[in-house]
Design a protein around this ligand. Structure first.
Ligand code: ADP
Length: 298
């Protein structure tokens, strides 16, 4: 049986009247990449903070690498690599110095530090930048260094909180390549994201969160088949026409969603398109996301 790197059961975290995480169950098997996908406010960051014991759950069980949180959080943290959402690199130091500071923090024996830093630099493709001060690096390089810093002690589990939030598409691609390389080396990864494409590209299993709860879990392909079927009929037209189409589809037991100027009719597999004229396309994870969370993607 595969060991679980992370196991959450019935986890609840409240902030006053707000329940940020509301009875969450989560399994991350060793050697897999799991994506927590949800709109803003779904509880993703709070979940990540619970896993690093920066926040303490009000209820439920949290096990990380076989350690019970919060009691054994120090032992768990020692074997985790944490990539924060906000860049907190020391900009007055060089690339290599930033890694050296963390190699001390993680108590890597002196004799092994050089090799550990070298490996992290190679992984993040920053070898030729080692002597550069952080404030001279591009945004993409800084993000790669943030990941390298989390890998310096060879962690068993890597936690990435919104790794590409706010980055331009090219930098995002670079980071995806890095995370993908990490994954193909067999690392165990939990990543939070509100980018559907990021979850689709990188995660073996996606857990869709909404209002602190898990609303669906599975591989991207499974989620699409289960919740949106194989084909979607996209119908364009004036608002009045779209309303008619919606009513007809819903009347026939099909689910729909609005995308600005069109109505998407889900699950029109095997030709049951009601004779409505439109464009057929394969269902995708965005259909599932909108269906389950009620949120449009910006
Ligand atoms: P996400 O990362 O999915 O955007 P968060 O975990 O940041 O979601 O937030 C979930 C909910 O909890 C939101 O309603 C947010 O306003 C609330 N929340 C998060 N952290 C705090 C906090 N420290 N104090 C009060 N409310 C918080």
């Amino acid at each position: 049986m595969t060991e679980l790197a992370i196991r959450l059961r019935g986890v609840v975290k409240r902030y006053g009247a707000i329940t940020a995480v509301d009875g969450l169950d989560l399994d991350v098997p060793e050697g897999t990449c799991v994506g927590l996908l949800g709109p803003n406010g779904a509880g993703k960051s709070t979940t990540m903070r619970l896993l690093t014991a920066q926040a303490i759950a009000d209820e439920g069980e949290l096990d990380v690498l076989g350690f019970r949180l919060p009691q054994e959080s120090k032992a768990a943290r020692a074997q985790c690599g944490v990539v924060p959402q906000l860049d907190n690199l020391d900009t007055t130091l060089t690339v290599a110095q930033n890694l050296l500071v963390f190699s001390h923090l993680y108590r890597i024996p002196r004799a092994e530090r050089g090799d550990a830093i070298e490996r992290a630099l190679v992984m993040a493709k920053l070898t030729d930048r080692r002597k550069e001060r952080v404030d001279k690096l591009s945004g993409g390089m800084r993000r790669r260094l943030l990941i390298a810093r989390a890998l310096v002690h060879g962690p068993r589990l890597v936690l990435l909180d919104e790794p590409t939030v706010g980055l331009d598409p090219q930098v995002r691609q670079e980071l995806w390549a890095l995370i993908d390389a990490l994954r193909s080396e067999g690392a165990t990864i939990l990543m939070s994201t509100h980018y559907i494409e990021e979850a689709q590209r990188l995660a073996d299993t996606v857990l869709i969160m909404s209002h602190g709860k898990a609303v669906a879990a599975g591989s991207p392909a499974e989620l699409v088949t289960e919740h949106a079927g194989s084909e979607v009929l996209e119908v364009y037209g004036a608002p009045a026409r779209l309303e008619e189409v919606e009513a007809e589809a819903v009347g026939a037991g099909l689910r729909t969603r609005r995308t600005g100027t069109s109505v998407s009719i889900l699950g029109v597999d095997n030709g049951n398109g009601l004779g409505i004229a439109g464009e057929r396309r394969p269902a995708n994870l965005e259909d599932v996301f909108v269906l389950l969370t009620g949120e449009e993607i910006g």
